[in-house]
Design a protein around this ligand. Sequence first.
Ligand code: FES
Ligand code: FES
Length: 224
Amino acid sequence: MSDHQPSQKELPEAPSTAPTPAGISRRGFLKGAGITAAGTALLEGVQGFSREAVASTPKGVKEFGPEPFPVTLHINGKEHALQIEPRTTLADALRIQLNMTGTKVSCDRGVCSSCTVLLDRMPVNSCMTLAIDAVGHHVTTIEGISTDEQMHPLQAAFVRHDAMQCGFCTPGMVMSCVSLLEKNPHPTEADVRYAVSGNLCRCGTYPKVFAATLDAASQLARKA
Ligand code: FES
Ligand code: FES
């Protein structure tokens, strides 16, 4: 291996506006890429535009933000009218704007899944989901699976099995397991382990989470 380190002078110049072989400047390409990523998502979320329609009608692109703009989110069976910025995450819309603080934010970067909610019954990390992308979908949070009078059977099983310590990961764990039981009412322990494989618990409650979920599954099966 050579010890030679190229000096700044030897490094090739990377012109920011030099045309590419296709005749598109680097700056122009980056600008266009930004519009594609952000603009397409916005149009699909807000106006119901298909990805194909947006791609074929670039002149129809409408920009949103940076100021807040109105959207309606369907959460736990109710419509909520909000003013959001394009950058607002679903977690922030829930916690800050709607005071639904049952959904926890721990890492805020898609690592721990403590912010798990259901989007059309599928578990998603709400810290990695833009609120605007939830427009037109059904959001279910931990607040939406029980009533003041009655816990969800899975929540009751978590209590019976003492499946929480600090509790910070617990709403996300419960939502992942609710989603599992909806899709698979008779899970094995391996199924439960897989369902919560993205949910990090620094307190190490995993064995109790597995036991609680299997217990809830058998209780629900007896009632069915
Ligand atoms: S807070 Fe969303 S993944 Fe950690
Ligand atoms: S109970 Fe503390 S992080 Fe899971």
